[in-house]
Design a protein around this ligand. Sequence first.
Ligand SMILES: Cc1cc2nc3c(=O)[nH]c(=O)nc-3n(C[C@H](O)[C@H](O)[C@H](O)COP(=O)(O)OP(=O)(O)OC[C@H]3O[C@@H](n4cnc5c(N)ncnc54)[C@H](O)[C@@H]3O)c2cc1C
Length: 231
Amino acid sequence: MSAPAGGWTTGTIIELDHPTDRLVRLRLHVDARVDHLAGQHYVVRLRAPDGYTAQRSYSVASDPDDPLLELMVECLPGGEVSGFLHDVAEVGDVLELRGPIGGWFVWEDDVPAICVAGGSGVVPVVAMTRVARRLGLQDRLRVVVVARTWDELPYAAELRRYGALLALTRENLGDRVAAPPYPEEVAPLAAGAGRAYVCGSVGFASFATRLLEGVGVPADTIRVEQFGETG
Ligand SMILES: Cc1cc2nc3c(=O)[nH]c(=O)nc-3n(C[C@H](O)[C@H](O)[C@H](O)COP(=O)(O)OP(=O)(O)OC[C@H]3O[C@@H](n4cnc5c(N)ncnc54)[C@H](O)[C@@H]3O)c2cc1C
């Protein structure tokens, strides 16, 4: 499948909220928007009055059917772009955007799949679950998400309602004692999957890839999106 690709445009912030201290959720009206596929991302470019620019990638959380484009940004300590979006951006601001971007890390609903995502790496997976729910294809998309605590997991309540396995590593959740996901928990979800999606920090991606391979997922079916430092 060839994924849609969009050029530079602008987006107006229509809604902005802070679901937790470290997260900001932005919902934008995008001019001449090109519909995305679940899993794609946009580049956000900030421009100072002296012409200095900084740009970073942010995955789309929204269903392509949503009239607004939703981004969820984790504010990193000292983060240039995430700090601005978290602390300074306001409803009505206009941002420079380029997208949608990415043709590899997109959900194709023809094959049963498993996603393993950590921290803000859940954002593209949320878009996938929203599409799966709309199409009634939840059985084709199984999800494992990992974070230290409930508050550090974007969309925790929505992912739990979807039926994702939530593995919190520093907080008990119901009967589940704090721990990374166990192979015994992941194996039944990976059974029959013809494709896997892994998303998160570089360290998380390597952990999740090993976990999936350990429960029998072939390496060549695993698609990885790393939220490493932006060059
Ligand atoms: C395809 C793609 C999609 C992404 N989607 C999202 C998303 O949906 N939500 C989201 O919050 N982020 C996402 N990111 C990460 C995002 O692009 C930025 O890297 C992040 O917001 C930090 O940018 P900054 O300008 O705030 O920090 P910077 O000013 O660049 O860095 C501040 C500090 O944070 C460290 N740092 C920089 N980037 C990261 C990182 N990703 N992880 C850990 N430490 C880092 C730096 O070493 C530095 O110490 C995505 C990245 C990619 C490549």
